[in-house]
Structures are given as C-alpha cells and as structure tokens.
Design a protein around this ligand. Sequence first.
Ligand code: NOJ
Length: 472
Amino acid sequence: MSTQTNSGSRPAYPREFPKGFYWGSATAAYQVEGAWNEDGKGPSIWDTYAHTPGKIKNGDTGDVANDHYHRYKDDVALMKRDIGANAYRFSISWPRIFPRGTGQANPKGLDFYERLVDELLKAEIAPFATLYHWDLPQALQDRGGWQSRETAQAFGDYAGYVAEKLSDRVRHFFTINEFRSFVDMGYHGKEVPIPGGMMNISLAPGLKLAAGELNQVRHHAVLAHGMAVQAIRARGKRETKVGPAEVIECSVPLIEAPEHIEAAQRATREANAPFLTVMLEGKYTETYLEDAGADAPKFTDEELRIIGSPLDFVGINVYRPITYVLASDQARGWREIPFAKAHPTMFNHWLTVSPEVMYWAPKLVQSLWNAKELYITENGCASDDVPTPDGKIYDTDRIMFLRACLAELQRATAEGVPVMGYFHWSTMDNLEWANGFGDRFGLVRVDFKTQQRVPKLSASLFRECAVGNHVA
Ligand code: NOJ
C-alpha cells in the first residue's frame, strides 16, 4: 500500500489507532491546583513536606503552582484548542473533600470538581478522575498514615463518596496513582537504575521504614485500592468503570525472540508482585513471599479477595523499562542486562530512551493477566524548554520521544492489544515533586511568575495525532 496520497503533499497514514481511542493529557492535584488552604481544604502530607525547608529544590511549593484551581476554565479551553484532547486525566485532592481524611465532607471542595467536570463535558473532553495522587490528608498521616490499615478503610469510604457524587458525569475512575512510587519513595527512598549507576529519589512523607514495615505499607496500599473498587461498585452508577494507574516495572526483551519474550514475561510478573500482580491475581507470588521471609506482609485471605476485586481496565504509567532481559538458564529463567553507560537518556537521567517499552508494557499486561481494557495513564518526558527569541518552544527532544512512543503503542494496538487511550504527562509544566518547577513535563509551557501558558511545538504534534487518530 502506498503511504502517499495522490497529491503527494500529505502521507496517508496507515499508522492509525482504533476508532474511539481516547487522546488525553494528565495532571495531579498537588502539582497544578494551588489554593492549598482555600475553601476549607485540609493540609496534605505534601503541604507539610513542601513547607519543610530543604525538602523541595529551590524551596518551591505547590501553594500556588499553576493556579489551576482558579484558571481551570482557561486550561480546559487550551486542552481543546491547542492539544486537541478528547480526554483529561486529573486527580481529586482527598483533603479538599475530607479535610481531616474522614468524617465531615467539605461541600466546597467537591464543588470545584463538579465545576471542572462540567467544563470538560461542555468542551467534549471525557473526564478521567484519579482518586489518590499522593496527597494524603495530614490528619491521617498523624494517625499512622499508610502504616495503618485504617487509612485503607478511610480511602475506600472517600472513594465511595466521590463516586456517589460524580459518577453521573465521570465514567472512569482510577483508584491510586503509582503505588510503587509513593510507597517506596515516600516510606523508604528508592534507588533507581540509571545508565552507569543508581540514583535515589525520596518523596513525602520522607520516612525510612524497615523492610517489614515497608511491605505492610505496600499491602495497605493495594488493600485500599480493593476497598475503593468495592465502594465505587456499591455507591457509583452502574456504568462506572474503575481500575488502578500503576507504574509498571516492565522488563523488556532485549531481543524479540520467543525465549527472551518468555523471560521478560516472567521477570515482569515478579517485579510487580506487591502491586499489579497481586491486584490482578488476588495472591502474592511464592517468590515474593519467600524472598521477603520474615519481612513478608501480614494479610488474610479475605484481604486478598478484596485486593483482587475484578477490574474494568488496567491503567499503566509507562516511561521506560525497569531493565532489559534475556533468557537464561539461571533458576528464575531470566537475566537482567543493565543499561550501557552511554545509553541515551532524556533530560532526566532516569528516563532512558527505550520507546519499545510502550509496545511491551501493554502487550505483557495482556498476555500475563488477560486484560480486556488498558489505558496508558502516563508517558512523557521533561526538558529545559528554553523559549527562542520568537517566544516559541521548539522541543525537538519531546517530539522525538512522543512520536517514537506512539509508534510503538500503535504497533501494539494494530496487533489487537486492547489499549483504549493514551494520556500524555503532562498537560502543562507543573511542580515535579521534590525537583520543583525545574523539570518541565508539559505540552504547554508555564511561566510560573506570570502564569502565562504557551503551547510548545509538541502540543502541535499531539494535536495532529489526536485529531487524525494516528501517529503523525
Ligand atoms: C509519575 C507521577 O505520577 C507524576 O506525578 C510525575 O510528575 C511524573 N511521573 C513525572 O515524573
């Protein structure tokens, strides 16, 4: 088939996505909203962390951030006009809804999300709401945070309340964003492999728990997810769909041959044992429990049943492989191949350029767990995005990264992997947690002094892909 139209001026894209594909961008409450203490909102662990000197680069905070709380109408208009999105993934701030985590709800907090959702629907942008993107109410942290099983129960109650109020307009809910990141980086600090070494990342609340305690926190996080799934089913409208948004630790076969693919599949199942694997299988793998030994989490069969509650879809954040693998005759059947020292990375050293993960991550979720619906809930990269004298941002690096990732995703959908949508991280530059405002992940540049928004060239690429439903 020819890839050129008759006029020759424009390729006739064969790289199409399935009909009805969702093209969206994503943000999270603490990273964009600001208004940290307005309209009855309670403090979250991120307010506390950011207000503690030395925790966030340059003393940045989310007190104002993108002021999205007040500028949401303009931001929705921008998603429509400049990004061409038909979906938006945002998160709901738990302490806006329940300022103390449980108890009396705060109607003004809910009101903000009602207005945001109405604005999105008016613009024909489908709202996808994440219920937890790391901003735990400080009041719950003071009562033990995720170390306490009560936090899981409180999360279930909060999720049920939100579903009851919003599911007449919000069809898709994600329970928790990146279980692994907020647990491992927040409750211990995590060593992340980068070409030629490791780097350590820490997040709020900035604890350093022992191995057994950390496994118990992981268990409470997946239990909270299961409780939320059940509460949403009980209190939301019947058509409501729910699933997690987990950062999958995907092992990518370095060579695409059956034995290496098989090795990648096994490695991926084990790497995700405390999170995706237990949510999708309703049990911890034997290897995980054996390796943890006396530090294994304490759990009951009933809790496993809750954790394994049936899902409507699986959301995965996909940035890079956790490792490359090859088959091996070692006991577990695979061998990890570290990134070569000169392996290219994006602006962030943890972000190795490995777009094939965008094919393998959904493919392995489908083959391992027979997932019937999948979403790419995040993918993207930061850059320095310096404006040129004409005031524009020619982010060639992001364009290369985005197009390469989309091409691999399209390879998966063309083979029948049921990916229903793609959310780019992020709609606009925002507070990149402990790295502050320096890591710009947006399709739209934000001047944090003036709050001026300027679409980058990558927004034009995204728009072209979204409107045409293909890789442009
Ligand atoms: C993961 C997180 O969900 C999001 O909050 C973060 O900003 C991006 N990835 C980029 O690191």
